[in-house]
Structure formats: C-alpha cells, structure tokens
Design a protein around this ligand. Structure first.
Ligand code: UDP
Length: 235
C-alpha cells in the first residue's frame, strides 16, 4: 500500500446516486464496502463529507436568505450525511466515530484532533462533519484542513469523473486527462480541482490531492495501492 493514512473527501452530491436530492442507500452501501476493504488492509481512513445534496449556503443566498444562516444550514446538512455514512459503515461492520466542527454533543463527538488521531490508530474510521465550522468555507477546505491536522499522507477526492482533464470531459469528448499535474499548472491553466482557498492550503502544506472516480467499485483500493487511475496533483 502506498499510503498509510488517508483523508477521503466525498461530496454530498456523490451520495445522491441517480437521485435528484438526498441520499441513495445503495450508493452509500457501496461506498461503505469499498471503505471497509481498505480498512481491512490496515489503512487509516478519515472522511470529510459535503452537504450539497441537501443544502448549499450560496443557493440559499441566491434565494434571498442570509448567507451565514444558509451556511449554517449547509454545515448541518454535512452532519446529516455524516450520520448516514456512519450508519452504513457500522452496518458493514466498520467501527466509526463522527466528529463535528459545530458541537452537537448528543449526536456526535466534537472535533478534537488528538482524539481523532487516537481513533485512527485504533482502526476506527473517523468522519468529520460540519465542515470547518465557519461560514464562507467549503467542505473541500475542511478536507484539506483536517488532512493537514491529522497528518494524512494524501487527500483522495472521490468524484464521478476519473480525474482532471484539460476541458470538461462531460461536455467535450476530445478532453485529455492528466495522470499527474503540479499545483502551479492547475492554477496556470485555470483548471478546477477544489475552490481556491482549499487548493492553496493544500499547496502551501505540500499535501498531494488525488482526484479519482469513486463510483467504480474497487477504485479506492486501487488508488491507495498506488495504481495510477486518477489524477495526482502535487508540488
Ligand atoms: N459550509 C460552510 N462551512 C464549511 C463547510 C461547509 O459554511 O466549512 C456550508 C456551505 O454553505 C456549503 C454547504 O455547507 O455550501 C455544503 O458544503 P459543500 O458545498 O462544500 O458540500 P459539497 O459540495 O462537497 O457537497
């Protein structure tokens, strides 16, 4: 295995499967099985989950809602997804802990870095909900922040696309995929990997990002074992 401790970023939309909204239990169960398989190899897994399948602060603001209020709703949406993922993982026989950046003590542990690292060392999957706990941030930023804090080897950004292309592969059939690209080249070419705050935090801390297709079963294991199936961004 190429990596020992990973941070997996899953978007809220990934949980929708083929639905238009909410959570697809089949997709969730598939993710849980893939995550279980890598934990059985002794890989330490932390997960940051998004909330876009339920609510986005920006969307609320466009409809006239106060942005901060909307962001709070978005953060709570990530906790809902975290609970769903926790349930699916526990159903699959994986030990988990959910830690949140905003305190909901009856529902989840508060985020405590040293505790999170201790859970990981004991083989528990740690899910981080509530993003960074601050409005105007995204769960991509939360993913990078937590990955640095827990000293993860890499961020694995699981998406429905199998990597980073020079143009949008869902719109342009001649799009070319990069196997590897530097942070500087992503910025120079104006490619979209994560929002700028998240991306530069990763760059400044020399934390590589691998973008890969999480919706193909077994891909998570392939990426962790070092197979070049997605796009790696590094210095
Ligand atoms: N959010 C926030 N601060 C954070 C992380 C998330 O305010 O640190 C809110 C924000 O409104 C965002 C929503 O939660 O739109 C859902 O997160 P995100 O859009 O990152 O989810 P994803 O796109 O990964 O599903």
């Amino acid at each position: 295995m190429k990596y020992k401790r990973i941070l997996l970023k899953l978007s809220g939309e990934a949980l929708m499967g083929n639905r238009q909204y909410g959570i697809d239990p089949e997709r969730l169960a598939e993710y849980a099985e893939d995550i279980k398989a890598v934990t059985e190899k002794g890989i330490e897994v932390a997960i940051v989950i998004g909330g876009g399948n339920i609510f986005r602060g920006v969307a609320g603001a466009m409809n006239g809602m106060d942005r901060v209020q909307g962001d709070h709703m978005g953060m709570l949406a990530t906790v809902i997804n975290g609970l769903a993922l926790q349930n699916a993982l526990e159903d699959a026989g994986v030990k988990t802990r959910l830690q949140t950046a905003i305190k909901i003590n009856e529902v989840a542990e508060p985020f405590i870095r040293r505790k999170a690292m201790s859970h990981l060392r004991k083989g528990r999957v740690v899910i981080f909900g509530g993003g960074t706990g601050n409005p105007y941030f995204t769960t991509d930023s939360a993913a990078v922040l937590r990955a640095i804090e827990i000293e993860a080897d890499v961020i694995l950004k699981g998406t429905r696309v199998d990597g980073i292309y020079n143009t949008d592969p869902e719109k342009d059939s001649s799009a070319i995929k990069f196997d590897h690209i530097t942070f500087d080249d992503v910025l120079r070419k104006g490619l979209k990997v994560m929002d700028t705050t998240a991306f530069t935090l990763s760059q400044e801390n020399d934390l590589p990002i691998i973008v890969f297709d999480m919706n193909t079963r077994g891909n998570l294991m392939k990426v962790i074992s070092g197979e070049n199936i997605g796009t790696q961004v590094s210095l």
